[in-house]
Design a protein around this ligand. Sequence first.
Ligand code: XBP
Ligand code: MG
Length: 240
Amino acid sequence: MLHALILDVDGTLADTEMVHLSAFNHAFKEVGLDWRWDVPLYTKLLEVSGGKERIRAYWESRGDLPQGIYGGAVEQTIGRIHEIKTAAYEQAVQDGQVQLRPGVLKLIHAAAQGSLALAIATTTSPVNIASLLHRTLGPDWRMHFAVIEDASTAPRKKPDPMVYHQTLARLGLPASACLVVEDSANGLRAARKAGLPTVITVNPFTAHHDFSGALRVLPNLEGIGLPELRQWHQQARSAA
Ligand code: XBP
Ligand code: MG
């Protein structure tokens, strides 16, 4: 029996990564760094979940990460960049630069009518979730979700399953009673490690990823309602 739908945020609820990308570039400029990420580089960097982790991975790849005594300053610089980036992303979302992907709004409302619990399991920062969902679902957006696990509650990022283990614990449900919607290989691996059946909706940043182990790989959630999700979930249960 399907009792809960667990939704990823970036790339799943909305195509957010182009707006994250411009926010990162804005932050680099603000702190006086000559770094500039383009789409091909960012597509590669997205293999690292978490904005701060992504900045550090890029800095290490450049080979000019200050070592030793600068350790504290490096963390401070990364923190500062990420703060500016998050503020720029939030402003862009508030300016209406991000919309929910096809089928997402309908599914969120259908879940409430079909007494299916909704949860969010993401590696993004809580303020990014609030700005996106306030803008797209309205001021009562929080009412739609029984559980929200994010970068502030699950510091070990996907493909680590921490965020999914914590979501299941707070839902008080076994993985077999839930279904995940994700967009990336990291997200799929995290969900599968937590034993969760997973549907993938691809986007331009993740279409090339390896989605072996996914229940379905879809272009988006257009026309996908609870009957389809329940049927796929049942198929996964009987195939298990
Ligand atoms: C995608 C991520 C996040 C975003 C940027 O999260 O990995 O890091 O790219 O947001 P999701 P932050 O699990 O929702 O796909 O800068 O706040 O990390
Ligand atoms: Mg995602």
